[in-house]
Design a protein around this ligand. Structure first.
Ligand code: G3I
Length: 367
């Protein structure tokens, strides 16, 4: 009796196990392919990266990552004056055309960068001899030739880049001030040249959204104050400006309250706000043998997430032009070369693998 009862129990248990196994097997015969989240698929605003024409055309992993993750691109340097107009009146649009063509082919937003900057100037500009009228003509002709060439292909332009010294005064030819890099434009064109650059660009391409782009807004202080005054002044005067770019080349010691404060104050101008060149250095102390430890990776990742969340919290959705990183892989960042140090500022590592920074940025841009 006891044995019969035991056998029945064993049979019931066996039956249940087999049924469960069979059901389980049935489930695995229908594989569920979970879609892998991407930056552009997750954010409710454009996600961008800057790019260089040669890897975009030659390196499959580079091209594939751009196409998978980003909805907006900016050229690192192919639209700047030294490249597009290496000699006066001689234009070299091929590298820029390649990038713009790539954007059009893949339905990416193309952000133009930049028309007027105190750097990336060829010797013909630096050595130009002429009176105020000749300088104005050089300035206007360059802006309108380039804006006209890319008309209908760029959605927007950084019209003027980095026109303010760190102390908030207009960058001019006084090397003693601020970060010491002078502006030949201010010297020859007078203080209101920035406004005229916007007007000239608008005349050439009335549909492009026009941005003033700069760095250091997160420091607060006189630079941010002057910028807000300038932007409000342009709006009051009807200067055709649509947005402001916060480059955000920051490092892991950044004051996060400063980031939120800058986003809030720039959003209060009513203009579009573009985080336009984001990267987060982990080696601001220039340590030659620094190791990118787990702790540093986490610190950087937390900041990437914070920036995305602060952007959503402080910039109304209608004013979010997007978040653009300056390149996307540590392999292609300007920082290690420029500062001659090891650094890992971007969301993808040297082999184009996603870093902790990527996953935190992804989390931050989501809802
Ligand atoms: O001129 C040659 C060109 O003929 C050649 O095809 C190319 C091949 O590598 O090299 C060219 O020189 C390049 C140069 O830009 C052209 O102006 C350099 O390699 C390149 O490293 C250089 O630097 C760029 C820099 O701006 C100056 O334009 C950086 O790639 C770019 O990351 C940097 O970007 C700036 C932003 O525009 C403004 N904010 C700061 C940011 C970082 O400095």
């Amino acid at each position: 009796m006891i044995m019969t009862c035991f056998r029945s129990v064993v049979q019931v248990v066996l039956f249940s196990v087999l049924t469960a196994l069979a059901t389980g097997c049935k489930k695995t015969t229908k594989p569920q392919l979970a879609a892998v989240a991407t930056l552009k698929g997750t954010a409710s605003f454009p996600m961008g990266t800057s790019v260089v024409a040669s890897p975009l055309s030659e390196r499959p992993i580079y091209q594939q990552t751009v196409l998978t993750e980003y909805s907006s691109i900016t050229a690192d340097y192919e639209m700047k004056l030294d490249i597009v107009e290496p000699q006066q009146g001689v234009y070299n649009y091929a590298p820029g055309d390649f990038i713009v063509g790539f954007a059009a082919q893949h339905h990416l937003r193309m952000h133009g960068h930049n028309l007027i900057w105190h750097q990336a100037l060829p010797s013909w500009v630096l050595n130009f001899q002429g009176d105020t009228t000749a300088w104005e003509n050089l300035f206007k002709t360059h802006i309108q030739s380039v804006a006209n060439h890319f008309k209908g292909e760029v959605a927007s332009w950084d019209v003027v880049n980095e026109a303010l010294f760190d102390d908030g005064t207009l960058r001019n030819l006084d090397h003693k001030q601020g970060d010491g890099t002078a502006s030949i434009w201010r010297q020859h064109l007078g203080a209101d040249y920035i406004a005229r650059a916007f007007t000239y660009t608008h005349q050439a391409d009335p549909n492009a959204l026009l941005f003033y782009n700069d760095y250091g807004q997160e420091w607060g202080g006189p630079k941010l104050d002057s910028m807000v005054v300038m932007l409000n002044n342009f709006k009051r005067r009807g200067i055709p400006i649509s947005g402001v770019g916060m480059q955000m080349h920051i490092d892991i010691n950044v004051d996060t309250a400063g980031i939120s404060n800058a986003l809030k104050r720039l959003a209060a101008t009513g203009l579009l706000v573009h985080i336009s060149e984001l990267d987060i250095s982990v080696n601001p102390g220039n340590i030659g043998n620094l190791v990118f430890t787990y702790a540093l990776q986490q610190q950087q990742a937390t900041l990437y997430q914070f920036i995305a969340q602060s952007y959503k919290a402080n910039v109304p959705s209608a004013q979010r032009y997007g978040i653009t990183t300056w390149e996307f892989s540590d392999a292609d960042s300007w920082i290690p070369n420029f500062f001659n140090r090891p650094d890992w500022p971007l969301p993808f590592d040297n082999q184009y693998n996603k870093k902790a920074a990527y996953f935190s940025l992804l989390k931050g841009v989501g809802n």
